[in-house]
Design a binder for this molecule. Structure first.
Ligand code: GLU
Length: 434
């Protein structure tokens, strides 16, 4: 059996970091097993679904590099749902309901007031149909036996169906709620593993009975603990933090994925060079039950660490024209985002403005004279500073800092031994004399 996973966003908004994590884990699991990863657009809610969000979801997944093997759209599959709906209705597993939301709310309050679980009460057999009402539809849970499954994250799960309400699966206007179409699709698309947030655990209990009613073996389930903000609470920010924000912050997709792959597991977050270790490492048994903390500062740090080891070829297209491999290697240890390479490249190319202390002018002129005689193909920075040290007796900051300021216009920056050959002989001498 081919391992098949799916990521099933509803296109009623853009993806937030929690969705990205779910997409990633599904993708990783499929890759690890040489399986298939399906993008399922859950757009049964015609009112709230928007085409622009579908487009955005696709482009976010593209940016992340999470390619899908197949795309399914629920709005194109209504015939299939209709067919199963009719069959399940004929079997008595789907039944019509006529309560208004107000009536349901009142019953709920009464039950709660009596200290009873607020479970939906099925209408009595042959109860009169209130006049003029159009039915909505529920799936009838089988109360005979507990619902059980071995969750790949949460371990053994057991629900008493008598404590669950028969879920509404279709509204009076004929539109679908999420539950049944999702189960039908999971069967039809051959989904072997459903990986999603633990907010779906109760849905799973009822969907397990739907799978059985459809004559199918349910997939395996992995319900992951949700993400929280760094402050430890479910944060509003996380709900709106999406790919656009990460792009704006200069976060590399690999950094985000490397963090989200390991967050909430017992494995360390590491600055990986590609997806291979993340694919090899995905293992649901290593995910904890406690909420995983998503820390933007940790992400920024990981992003920098990944950049510091990113090869030129991987970023060449995004660098300023003319900036070659040696320049990238010299500059990358100072970057927290790729865009900043342009600032350092501007320093290399000049013109620069340097605030030179009057006291240092003679020293820099001396440096310029030495620079003329150096072998620029070797290691000009060490040769220059060694010679200056001998000639002037300067050392430490007094030796290095005036040179750095004259050559770059800045007090801090990339290692001068790497940078100076890129600045080159002509520009260096001119700057030392400026
Ligand atoms: N569209 C559902 C959601 O966004 C999918 C849940 C699932 O993975 O089954 O929550």
């Amino acid at each position: 059996m081919t391992v098949t996973t799916r990521f099933a966003p509803s296109p009623t908004g853009t993806l937030h970091v929690g969705n990205v994590r779910t997409a990633l884990h599904n993708w990783l699991w499929a890759k690890k097993h040489g399986g298939r990863f399906i993008l399922r657009i859950d757009d049964t809610d015609v009112e709230r679904s928007r085409e622009e969000y579908v487009t955005q979801i696709r482009s976010d997944l593209d940016w992340l590099g999470l390619a899908w093997d197949e795309e399914a759209r629920q709005s194109a599959r209504f015939d299939l749902y209709e067919k199963h709906f009719e069959a399940l209705k004929a079997e008595g597993r789907i039944y019509a309901c006529y309560e208004t939301p107000e009536e349901l709310e009142l019953r709920r309050k009464i039950l709660l007031g009596r200290g009873l679980p607020p479970v939906y009460e099925r209408p009595a057999e042959g109860a009169a149909i209130p006049e003029g009402r159009i039915p909505h539809w529920r799936f009838k849970l089988d109360h005979a036996a507990p619902i059980e499954w071995d969750d790949l994250v949460r371990g053994h799960q057991k629900f008493d169906p008598k404590l669950l309400s028969d879920p509404v699966i279709r509204r009076a206007d004929g539109s679908w709620l999420y539950m049944l179409p999702s189960a039908i699709d999971d069967v039809d698309l051959g989904i072997t593993h459903v990986v999603r947030g633990e907010d779906h655990v109760t849905n799973t209990a009822t969907q397990i009975q739907m799978f059985a009613a459809l004559g199918a073996v349910p997939p395996l389930f992995a319900h992951e603990a949700l993400l929280t903000g760094s402050e430890g609470k479910l944060s509003k920010r996380l709900g709106s933090l999406g790919v656009d924000a990460f792009k704006e912050q200069g976060i590399e997709p690999l950094a985000l994925l490397a963090l989200l792959a390991r967050l909430g597991t017992s494995d360390p977050v590491e600055p990986v060079a590609d997806m291979a270790p993340l694919i090899a490492g995905i293992d649901f048994s290593r995910f904890g039950r406690a909420p995983a903390r998503f820390d933007e500062a940790e992400l920024a740090q990981l992003n920098a660490r990944i950049l510091h080891q990113t090869d030129y070829d991987a970023v060449a297209e995004r660098l300023p024209t003319g900036m070659g491999q040696a320049a990238w290697n010299a500059i990358r240890p100072n970057l927290t985002r790729v865009d900043d390479a342009a600032d350092w490249w501007a320093v290399v190319e000049g013109p620069i403005h340097a605030d030179i202390a009057t006291d240092d002018r003679a020293y820099l002129a001396q440096a310029a004279r030495l620079a003329e005689t150096l072998d620029w193909a070797a290691d000009p920075w060490h040769a220059l500073t060694a010679a200056l040290k001998d000639e002037t007796g300067r050392k430490g900051k007094a030796l290095f800092l005036p040179l750095r300021i004259a050559l770059t216009g800045r007090e801090h920056g990339p290692d001068m031994a790497s940078l100076l050959p890129i600045i080159g002989r002509e520009r260096a001498i001119a700057r030392l004399l400026a």
